[in-house]
Design a protein around this ligand. Structure first.
Ligand code: CA
Length: 169
């Protein structure tokens, strides 16, 4: 018979994923000091989880996500905490009597993990996965607003989507 610690609060992979989505993970940096020069030569990034008012060390959940796609996301997240920026690079003539409108866009993640996806919203609707160029079809008369936001490999989303308002004719 093996002895096993019974811990009701053993997280599942889904718990860790949800914690990342909710922003409950954070990083503490432990300085690395050279004994020779007595200078700080770097820092170790230690992931922590603020779970139900308790700070959990990485040892309590990192093993759980090893060899899962979440491991890559966590790595990206540690080295990339900045959301990408989004720009619309091509837009339809405005105003337009056309019932279609095509937009091209790019995302810039600076020195981060890189833009991996875009999400588009029409007229204030939900942001859905899209790619550049993106064409709107069957546009009704009137004004339409197109918004697009970049998503980086760490899962950060541009908080200020690029927007374009199309005046119908
Ligand atoms: Ca980034």
């Amino acid at each position: 018979m093996t002895e096993r610690a019974v811990n009701e609060d053993t997280p599942t992979l889904e718990n860790v994923r949800a914690a990342m989505d909710r922003g409950e993970l954070f990083v503490e940096y432990q300085p690395i000091v050279s004994l020779v020069t007595q200078r700080c030569v770097g820092a170790e990034a230690l992931v922590r989880w603020l779970r139900g008012g308790t700070i959990w060390p990485a040892s309590r959940f990192v093993a759980l996500i090893e060899n899962t796609p979440l491991s890559g996301r966590l790595t990206y997240w540690v080295i990339d905490t900045i959301a990408p920026d989004t720009s619309i690079t091509s837009m339809p003539p405005d105003p337009s009597a056309s019932i279609t409108a095509s937009f091209a866009f790019v995302g810039d993640d600076g020195s981060g993990t890189g833009v991996t996806a875009f999400e588009c919203s029409i007229d204030g609707g939900p942001f859905l996965a899209c790619t550049s160029p993106h064409t709107l079809t069957d546009l009704a008369d009137g004004t339409h607003t197109f918004a697009v936001r970049a998503v980086d490999a760490a899962g950060h989303t541009d908080a200020t989507p690029a927007m374009f308002t199309l005046m119908g004719m």
